[in-house]
Design a binder for this molecule. Structure first.
Ligand SMILES: [Ca+2]
Ligand SMILES: [Ca+2]
Length: 113
């Protein structure tokens, strides 16, 4: 079931699932042309969630094998970078992405904890 919607770059972004790429990031234009925006985790679910727009960039939490669950920042061409808090394959359990006073706030758990 599609979830975690956000409007960014005049498109609707959301998480959706298929049997090949699993849960990943998709986008639809206003004319209802939809496609995968990013396969964060090849062979597994990237689980992009908490989609939040700040200063022309789309932020979210997502997972891959090399970085674990971390903050991702994607530009309007769907090029994404990892803002890694917990180095290596361990993640940070990022949650609650919120914009306040032109900054991005979120909760994170850095293991071992
Ligand atoms: Ca995937
Ligand atoms: Ca990491």
């Amino acid at each position: 079931m599609p979830a975690h919607f956000a409007v960014f770059n005049n498109k609707m972004y959301f998480q959706a699932h298929d049997s090949v790429t699993f849960r990943e990031l998709y986008s639809c234009t206003s004319s209802y042309v939809c496609s995968m925006a990013k396969d964060f985790y090849p062979g597994d679910s990237g689980n992009p969630a908490g989609l939040t727009v700040l200063n022309g960039m789309l932020y979210m939490e997502a997972k891959d094998a090399a970085h674990g669950e971390e903050i991702r920042r994607c530009d309007t061409s769907d090029a994404c970078t990892v803002l890694e808090i917990n180095a290596g394959a361990a993640g940070t359990s990022v949650d609650d992405l919120t914009v306040f006073d032109n900054k991005l706030y979120f909760s994170a758990i850095v293991s071992p904890y």
